[in-house]
Design a protein around this ligand. Structure first.
Ligand code: KG4
Ligand code: ZN
Length: 345
C-alpha cells in the first residue's frame, strides 16, 4: 500500500493506492486563502501545509478504509516547487515512513503530472508527448516508456498559468484569473490585437511568457479608458490566444520533431477551453491522438504521485532520511532539444 503526499505549491494532497487501485485522493486547496494577496505567498503556503497535512492524510486513510500501519511505501514530491512547502511534505513522509517501517520513494512533480495519464478511467500507454502547463510550471516532456521522461522544452521565465493570471489581473479580474479570462475571451475577437510571443521559432521548444505580460501592461497604459471598457473581451481574447498559440505550436512541433503520434495535457491550464478546442482540431487534422485526463487529475493531486511511485525505485527510510527537497527540480542539459531528468540520488 502506497501513501502519497504532495505539497509542492498551494495544494495539500494525500492519496492511498493499493495494487494499482487508487483507493482515495484528498486535496485541500489553499487558493481562497491566497486570493486576498493576489497570488501565492510561499511562506503562507508552507505554514498552511503544516496545519493541513495531518488532517488531509487522516482523511485519505479514512476514505481508503486503511490504517497507517498498513502502509508499506511512502511516496512524496521532493522537487520542484516552493522549498518551504516541499519540506513540509518531505518531513511528514520521513516521519511516517520511519514510524511505520515503510520504504520511501522520491517523486519529481513533473513525473507525477505525467503519471496521472496512467490512471483510470482511460490510462494511456507511452510513447507520448505531455504538455504540462499550470500556474507554476510549463514544460513539454517526451515520455518513451513508463518510469522515464525527457524534458524537451520548458519556460525560461513565467509559467503559462502565471502569464494568464497576471494578464487577468491587469484586466481587473480576481486571482487566479485564468478561468475568468477564459470566460471573458469567449465573447472577444482574438484577432483584435497582436500580442508578441517570444521564442516563436519552430525549432525552439522553450517558452517565454514574461514579455507578453509586459506588453499587455503597456498596451493597457496607452489605450484610453473607453477603448479598454469597450474592447475588454477582445483584449482578453487576443492575449489568451497568444499564450495558447505558443503552447499549441510548440507541443505540435515537439510531436513532429520526435515523430510522436500521441499528445496529452496536464496542469490547471489544460482546463482552458481555447487550448482544448484548438489542440483537438490540430491533432485531428494531423491524425495525432489527444488525451486530457479528468480535471481532478490535471491539477495538483497526490494520486499522480502514487501513480508515478509505482514505476520508481523504493529506498529504505534510513537512506531517505539524508535527502531533502530541491526547489529547482534537477534538470541538466542533454541533447540538442533535450534536458534529461536526473533522478535525485
Ligand atoms: O495545476 P494548477 O491547479 O496549480 C498549479 O499552478 O500548480 O494550475 C492552476 C493554474 C492557474 O494559473 C489557473 O489560472 C489556471 O491553472 N487555470 C486556467 C483555467 N483554469 C485554471 N487557465 C486558463 N483557462 C482556464 N479555464
Ligand atoms: Zn503541478
Amino acid at each position: 500500500m502506497i501513501l502519497a503526499i504532495e505539497t509542492s505549491c498551494d495544494d495539500t494532497c494525500a492519496a492511498i493506492m493499493k495494487s494499482d487501485a487508487l483507493l482515495s485522493s484528498v486535496v485541500s486547496s489553499q487558493t481562497d486563502f491566497h486570493a486576498r494577496y493576489g497570488g501565492i505567498v510561499p511562506e503562507v503556503a508552507s505554514r498552511r501545509h503544516l496545519e493541513l497535512i495531518n488532517p488531509v492524510i487522516d482523511a485519505a486513510l479514512k476514505q481508503a478504509d486503511a490504517r497507517l500501519n498498513q502502509v508499506s511505501r511512502v511516496a512524496v514530491t521532493t522537487s520542484p516547487g516552493l522549498i518551504g512547502a516541499l519540506l513540509v511534505g518531505v518531513a511528514t513522509a520521513k516521519a511516517i515512513a520511519w514510524a511505520c517501517g515503510a520504504e520511501m520513494t522520491a517523486v519529481n512533480h513533473l513525473e507525477g503530472h505525467i503519471a496521472a495519464n496512467y490512471l483510470a478511467p482511460d490510462p494511456m500507454e507511452p510513447p507520448f508527448i505531455c504538455l504540462i502547463a499550470s500556474g507554476g510550471h510549463t514544460s513539454i516532456v517526451f515520455v518513451p516508456g513508463r518510469g522515464s521522461f525527457e524534458v524537451v522544452g520548458q519556460t525560461l521565465d513565467d509559467a503559462a498559468g502565471e502569464a494568464l493570471d497576471k494578464g487577468a489581473r491587469l484586466l481587473g479580474l480576481a486571482y487566479p484569473g485564468g478561468a475568468e479570462l477564459d470566460d471573458l475571451a469567449r465573447d472577444g475577437d482574438p484577432g483584435y490585437h497582436q500580442f508578441p510571443v517570444a521564442l516563436s521559432r519552430p525549432d525552439n521548444l522553450d517558452f517565454s511568457f514574461s514579455g507578453i505580460k509586459t506588453s499587455l501592461f503597456y498596451y493597457l497604459r496607452a489605450a484610453g479608458k473607453e477603448e479598454i471598457q469597450k474592447h475588454r473581451a477582445d483584449i482578453a481574447a487576443s492575449y489568451q490566444s497568444a499564450v495558447v498559440s505558443s503552447l499549441i505550436d510548440k507541443t505540435l512541433a515537439a510531436a513532429g520533431l520526435l515523430g510522436c503520434r500521441q499528445i496529452c495535457l496536464s496542469g490547471g491550464v489544460s482546463a482552458n477551453s481555447e487550448l482544448r478546442r484548438r489542440l483537438a482540431d490540430a491533432c485531428a487534422g494531423r491524425n495525432i491522438g489527444l488525451r486530457i485526463p479528468p480535471p481532478e487529475l490535471c491539477t495538483d493531486n497526490a494520486a499522480m504521485i502514487a501513480s508515478a511511485a509505482r514505476f520508481l525505485p523504493a529506498m529504505p527510510v534510513d537512506d531517505f532520511l539524508r535527502m531533502g527537497a530541491i526547489a529547482s527540480g534537477g534538470f541538466a542539459k542533454g541533447g540538442k532539444h533535450a534536458r534529461r531528468w536526473k533522478p535525485v540520488t
